[in-house]
Design a protein around this ligand. Sequence first.
Ligand code: NAG
Ligand code: NAG
Length: 259
Amino acid sequence: MLGGYRLPSLTTVVCGLFVAYILQSVWTLGQLFVHPSCPAPTDCYQPLIATNPPLQLLAFTSLSRSPSHPRELELVHRLNSFPYDTPYEELLEVQLPLRVRNNGSYFLHLFLTPPHIEPEDWSDLVRGEHSVYAFSHLTEYQVPAASTFTLLGEDNTQAQKEKENKEQQQNKQHHTAQKAVTHFQSQVTFNILTDPVGLPRQDLPYDLGHALRLDSRGRYLPILHVDTLSARTRDLVEVTPDLTHTNLTLKYFPISTGS
Ligand SMILES: *[C@@H]1O[C@H](CO)[C@@H](O)[C@H](O)[C@H]1NC(C)=O
Ligand SMILES: *[C@@H]1O[C@H](CO)[C@@H](O)[C@H](O)[C@H]1NC(C)=O
């Protein structure tokens, strides 16, 4: 056995980076929960959500990360009066276009709008004063579980050393088998900050400030957040060329600043 100091293995480094990423994400999310101080109401942005506005939830799938035309969107869910004060869950069946089935990417686009907005009405949807938007990846590239097994099962004993050339050829074959393919994220969780808290105009955490949009009366629009931290590997479904439909669970939780 080797004693003394060893360089950290690649696994350690990757795990380290992953932990750092998680911590950063938790920090970003955490800032939503920290109650920012709001000394006087005039120093603060007041929330539109304090007036209990009726909100419509619209969910679209798209091949495009940033669609520029309604034709690029496929409406998969419309909830005319979205009960955003309570947790909510909906099982949707979505179609997978050929491009997704051929190792492509797929995206979910969420909008919160006033109830009268029609899903086809692009300008109201995108530029409406009270329109709120968030998006999520619906696919991820992963090596299919079956070929990971092949890798682990591969035997590399001394006896096989003579067959090295042969093995190298096999490795090349494994290499093609190992290719990452599209996996569908079958569960997406999103949140809205439902606490009617005023947020200080000064000293707003950058991430929060960035997420704020104001209406013409200076009230901030509901903060819609897709919870990427809750996306789990076991919810990934391998997309094969003949998987034309699949299920998507849309989960919603209201969040508060904890005050
Ligand atoms: C699928 O696409 C990803 C990303 O573009 C690529 O890395 C991978 O090799 C592709 N897999 C196949 C089987 O073509
Ligand atoms: C989708 O969900 C329905 C209802 O739970 C189930 O019957 C169906 O088999 C599911 N489809 C897929 C592709 O998992």
